[in-house]
Design a protein around this ligand. Structure first.
Ligand code: FMN
Length: 294
């Protein structure tokens, strides 16, 4: 089980108005009634209510993104026996997580799809690639390190292990599996040449996340000063996304993807997992040709 645990931002009417003004031309183009769009957060952080529900399940592992929940909530999760993991995007974050008593640290390199798990700073110059991050984190902490970011085949898993990681965490490569709830527009983008153009963007949620560059990222971002703090950017974008997707367009959708979509396959998650774990030789050039290439 995995939870976000960001500090909810205080609403900022001026910033919200600036964001809606930036989106106004798109509302007009798609025929969205801007006055009818509710404000409000796109995501709630891990809470006492979530802990109540989770206690009935007592999952073996609970992982967090954006740091850790408040100490009393973390104590509850640890108290019923779940192992606790969280993402670090720098040596400093890994050390901080270890000091809070996590059981393992996920070292997330800049190649990774989805949100940057960064939480001690918002400075993007601290963000480095998996191959640079994993060995530095392995040296800095005593807890096990799980490598994430750009790992999409068995050779990548083997490379992560050889850097000192005990496991690899893979996201993007699973997005075409039938079990994934990936939308049709997202699946189409992942299998097109567009998947080779990703960026860290804040236009969908207010926080940096890596996705395939689409129209709204190109025109308003990738990083927009007008976007409200996470997760407040989401509400104003949602009706544009819904309208566009209904018409078969991913122009306003978060097309989360890492830098390596070359491992995306339409096979079951179980089969993909077996293949990721089965390193015995480097892939031939035939097997690892990029998506969209003959
Ligand atoms: C579509 C998508 C959604 C994600 N959502 C989450 C999430 O909810 N929580 C989380 O901790 N990480 C999330 N991640 C990040 C992954 O945990 C992981 O860091 C990343 O996928 C690894 O890099 P890769 O995408 O290159 O495999 C997401 C990644 C993708 C691609």
């Amino acid at each position: 089980m995995n939870f976000f645990c960001h500090a909810p931002p205080s609403p900022d009417a001026a910033r919200d108005a600036a964001w809606r003004a930036a989106l106004a031309p798109y509302y007009q183009e798609l025929g969205v009634d801007a006055a009818a769009i509710p404000a409000g957060p796109g995501r709630a952080p891990f809470s006492a209510e979530a802990a109540d529900a989770l206690e009935a399940v007592r999952p073996a592992v609970v992982s967090f993104h954006f740091g850790l929940p408040a100490p009393e909530l973390l104590a509850r999760v640890r108290g019923w026996g779940s192992k606790v993991l969280s993402t670090a995007t720098s040596v400093e974050e890994a050390r901080w997580l270890e000091a809070q008593g996590v059981d393992a640290v996920i070292a997330q390199g800049i190649e990774a799809g989805g949100h940057r798990g960064m939480f001690l700073t918002a400075d993007p110059t601290t963000q480095v690639g998996t191959m640079a991050l994993v060995p530095q984190v392995v040296r800095a902490v005593k807890v096990p390190v799980i490598a994430a970011g750009g790992i999409a085949d068995a050779g990548g898993v083997a490379a992560a292990l050889s850097l000192g990681a005990i496991a690899a965490q893979v996201g993007t490569a699973y997005l075409l599996c039938p079990e994934a709830t990936t939308s049709a527009v997202h699946r189409a983008a992942l299998t097109s040449a567009a998947a080779r153009h990703t960026a860290l963007t804040n236009v969908f949620t207010g926080r940096l996340a890596r996705g395939i560059v689409n129209r709204i990222v190109r025109e308003l971002g990738p990083v927009s000063a007008a976007a409200p703090a996470f997760p407040l950017a989401t509400a104003a974008m949602a009706p544009l996304r819904a309208k566009a997707e209904a018409a078969g367009s991913g122009d306003f959708s978060p097309l989360w993807s890492g830098q390596n979509a070359g491992g995306c396959r339409e096979i079951s998650a179980a089969q993909l997992t077996r293949e990721l774990a089965a390193f015995d030789r480097p892939l031939s050039s035939q097997e690892n040709r990029p998506l969209g290439q003959p």
